[in-house]
Every structure is written in structure tokens, then in C-alpha cells.
Write a new protein. Structure first.
Length: 432
């Protein structure tokens, strides 16, 4: 775990927020490579939902909504609260269900009785901080989908069954944020709400479990590290009739990365009741099957799964360096950098000039880096460490034959490709 955390910082994936001021309560910033990885995950999810399903449409609802939304959804009541205990001695606070013993884990002190703590993040809209101006940052993105159900049904002329997908930030005032980016107070969700006839809900529930599991497997998550687990009845969220968690085997154990929920007619019927808007379809409230995944949590899982350390180095052709080399074996579509252009040696002005030309040629098509610092072996290792798919070397032959070597990250095999064919060849290889 510590290795992933320091790797993420060292190589520009994830930084602690407000680090120069000592950090800020479990908030994180995604660096230049982190934001690429994050965008690639979001694109893979959006393509899966919107491009591969003709019956799913997109939405981008606002983060701030009327507080009436949260009253209707049940988030302001005990259903969306964790049990909090406080140490009578050091006054540290904990989520009760996270504690192994009935004692303060920090000082061993006695704990207070548990009280319910609501997770909604309160804020004020406008200049006056009174009750009338109070609202909340959304705790789940899907409420924006439910309140727009009729707008979308009518404007897009949808018929049941159909889905609405959305990606966006959500906020929860977690008592104990922990495990790096696993549990934070600000995070991003990718949620799809599938509206269907009540009697078809069990069928679609199973369909979406299978679909979502395959999404992770197709993006390279190892089969042994992912599983779908039924949520026991007594642990179901307040809105769910049934839930299955997709869990990943993190360094700190099996943990949820996505929830599949049968929400029944909880949301549409409650919003109908509270708003007066009729959300019935052909005389009944549609049921909702929801797939809800955290962008940050899935990114964390993809990082853990791809991270490999190779003792003594990967190259067998050169003398083993006897040090640990890191290989980030991310799926090609998720890798932040697709190609790195490297002149074989620096200070040979013709080589660097040509390499810069190749870099400029590739840059509009792929996320590309140019690197001329250090030995070629060291530069390959630097790129392997961040998961760059192809390393393109400009050597002395390039100057005569107008071709380059293309090195594959995983096999380390090199192939010569004409510069004029390079964009086409890389596009084909990335889509293989
Ligand atoms: N709309 C349903 C819903 O929000 P959830 O199981 O509470 O369901 C869904 O959350 C997903 O959102 C989780 O599986 C997780 O990936 C992500 N998530 C929830 N709380 C989080 C937190 N505090 N930090 C990071 N991700 C979180």
C-alpha cells in the first residue's frame, strides 16, 4: 500500500491536497498522469454505457439541488447516517463499525455511546447563512437522474426499459476517511440508472452484474482479484431491495468498488409524492436497477492491479541492474501516455532534431512524451514505470531510412516502422 502511495506521488499520479499546508482532511489532487488515467477510465465507462447501448442516454445534473430532493430521497434521516463514538479521554471520533474492540484505538480510553451521524455535507446558497439558505452537496449523483426522469422520457422519446448515465462529483462527510483514495469526503461517481418494468427487475439485475464484471475483466483486472458479493439483508442501504457489491482485493483486503442495486420504486414514488409530479409510466412506477462505481476507487483498483515490481530488472540482454524495476501494466486504453519518443543518444543534433519532428507528428493523435535525458535503458524503464504503451526510438538508421523502432511495453520486442506509417500503425496497435 505504502509503495502505491509513494509511487503515485513520485510519478505524478496523485498528490495530497493542500500538501504545503499539511494536507486537508483526506482530499487528494490528481496530477498530470492521474488526470489522464482518470479521464481514460471515465471514457471507457461512458463508451460502454452510451456508445454500446442504444437505450442509454447521458446527463450532467447540477451538484447543488433543492434540499427537498434529499428529504424525499431519505438521505436526511437515519438511513444515511453512520454510528459515531467518541473517546472520553482523547476525544478522537470513530465509526463504530470500523472498531475491532470497544476501546479507543488511539489511546485505549473509554468510548461514549454511539450516536447517529448524518453524512450529508451542508452548505449555504447566497449571502445569508440561515435555515432558508441551507442545502447540501449531493451525496450520490443519481438523484439528479431521478428528478429529470420525465424530462428525459419526453424530450428523448424513450420507452421502457431504458437507462440514464451520469458521471460527477459526490460528497459525504465520512467520519473516518481512510486507505488513501479509497474512502474520501469528495469523490466522483459513474452511475447508471436502468428503468424497467417491476417484473423484469430481477432479470436486469443479473444482466447488469455480469456486464459490470466483464467491464473490469476486459480492462485487464485479474480474475482472482475481483468478485461479486451479495449484500446481507440487514446491511442493505435504505433505498435498496437487493444489492450486490463488486469487490476488489486491495492490499488492505477485499473491499467494494461498485454497488449494483435494485432500488425498486423507492426514488420515483418518493419524488412523485413530495413534488406532486407524476412519475408513473403506463400506470405504475418503474423499478430502477442501478450500477454505481466510484471513479477514484476503481482507479485505485486499476493502479494496484497493474503495479508490478521486477527484481533484478526485466531486460535479459543487458547486464542485470539488480535493482527493483516497476512495470505498470495498465490496459492500453487506460494508460496515461500512449507513446514516448526517445532519441537514441543526446547531443547528436541530427538525432534530437528528427526525434522532435516525430514527437510533433504524434502529439495531435496520442498522449505523447519526449525524453532525451539519461541512457536509453533508463528511459525505457522510466516509461515502463508509468505504463507507456510504446517507446519510439530515433537512431542513426532513422536518418538514412526514415524509420524508427517501436518497442512494446509488455514484450519489450522492437519493430522497425516507417515514419510515414507510424500514426496508422500505432492506431491499429492501440485498437487491437
Ligand atoms: N447511488 C448509490 C450509491 O451511491 P454507494 O454504495 O453508497 O451507492 C457507490 O456508492 C460507489 O461510490 C461505491 O461503490 C464507491 O465506489 C463510491 N463511493 C462511495 N463512498 C465513497 C467514499 N467515501 N470515497 C470514495 N468513493 C466512494
Amino acid at each position: 500500500m505504502q509503495k502505491i502511495v509513494s509511487f503515485s506521488k513520485r510519478r505524478g499520479f496523485i498528490f495530497l491536497s493542500s500538501e504545503i499546508y499539511g494536507g486537508f482532511s483526506s482530499c487528494y489532487d490528481f496530477g498530470p498522469l492521474g488526470v489522464e488515467l482518470k479521464n481514460n477510465i471515465k471514457k471507457a465507462w461512458w463508451d460502454e454505457m452510451i456508445k454500446r447501448h442504444e437505450d442509454i442516454v447521458g446527463l450532467d445534473a447540477s451538484i447543488l439541488m433543492s434540499p427537498k430532493v434529499w428529504k424525499a430521497s431519505g438521505h436526511l434521516t437515519a438511513g444515511f447516517a453512520d454510528e459515531l463514538v467518541e473517546c472520553k479521554k482523547c476525544h478522537h471520533r470513530f465509526r463504530k463499525d470500523f472498531l475491532k474492540k470497544n476501546k479507543c484505538p488511539d489511546c485505549g480510553g473509554e468510548l461514549t455511546r454511539a450516536k447517529k451521524f448524518n453524512l450529508m455535507m451542508k452548505t449555504f446558497v447566497g449571502p445569508v447563512e440561515d435555515e432558508a439558505a441551507e442545502t447540501y452537496l449531493r451525496a450520490e449523483t443519481c438523484q439528479g437522474i431521478y428528478v429529470n426522469f420525465k424530462n428525459i422520457l419526453q424530450s428523448m422519446r424513450q420507452k421502457l426499459p431504458f437507462g440514464i448515465a451520469q458521471i460527477g462529483k459526490a460528497f459525504r462527510n465520512e467520519i473516518n476517511p481512510k486507505d488513501f483514495i479509497y474512502r474520501t469526503r469528495e469523490f466522483e461517481q459513474m452511475e447508471m440508472q436502468w428503468f424497467c418494468r417491476p417484473k423484469e427487475a430481477p432479470k436486469f439485475f443479473n444482466y447488469w452484474i455480469k456486464k459490470r464484471m466483464n467491464w473490469y475483466l476486459n480492462l485487464g483486472i485479474k480474475k482472482a482479484n475481483i468478485r461479486a458479493v451479495e449484500v446481507p439483508k440487514q446491511e442493505l442501504p435504505h433505498y435498496a431491495k437487493r444489492a450486490v457489491d463488486i469487490q476488489y482485493k486491495f492490499p488492505f483486503g477485499w473491499q467494494e468498488i461498485e454497488g449494483i442495486h435494485n432500488r425498486g420504486d423507492w426514488d420515483l414514488s418518493n419524488h412523485s409524492k413530495h413534488s406532486g409530479e407524476d412519475f408513473k409510466y403506463e400506470g405504475y412506477f418503474p423499478y430502477v436497477i442501478e450500477t454505481s462505481v466510484g471513479v477514484d476507487r476503481s482507479l485505485f483498483a486499476f493502479l494496484c492491479d497493474a503495479y508490478q515490481e521486477v527484481r533484478g530488472g526485466r531486460t535479459k540482454t543487458t547486464k542485470a541492474v539488480k535493482e527493483i524495476e516497476v512495470l505498470l501494466k495498465l490496459n492500453k486504453s487506460l494508460a496515461p501516455i500512449k507513446a514516448a519518443v526517445l532519441p537514441l543518444v543526446k547531443n547528436k543534433s541530427k538525432l534530437t532534431k528528427k526525434a522532435k519532428e516525430v514527437y510533433q507528428m504524434l502529439k495531435p493523435y496520442f498522449m505523447t512524451q519526449y525524453d532525451e535525458v539519461g541512457s536509453i535503458g533508463r528511459r525505457y524503464r522510466r516509461q515502463d514505470e508509468i505504463g507507456t504503451v510504446f517507446a519510439i526510438t530515433v537512431d542513426f538508421e532513422t536518418l538514412e531510412k526514415n524509420d524508427v523502432t517501436v518497442r512494446d511495453r509488455d514484450t519489450m520486442k522492437q519493430k522497425r516502422v516507417k515514419i510515414k506509417d507510424l500514426v496508422k500503425v500505432l492506431k491499429e496497435k492501440l485498437n487491437e
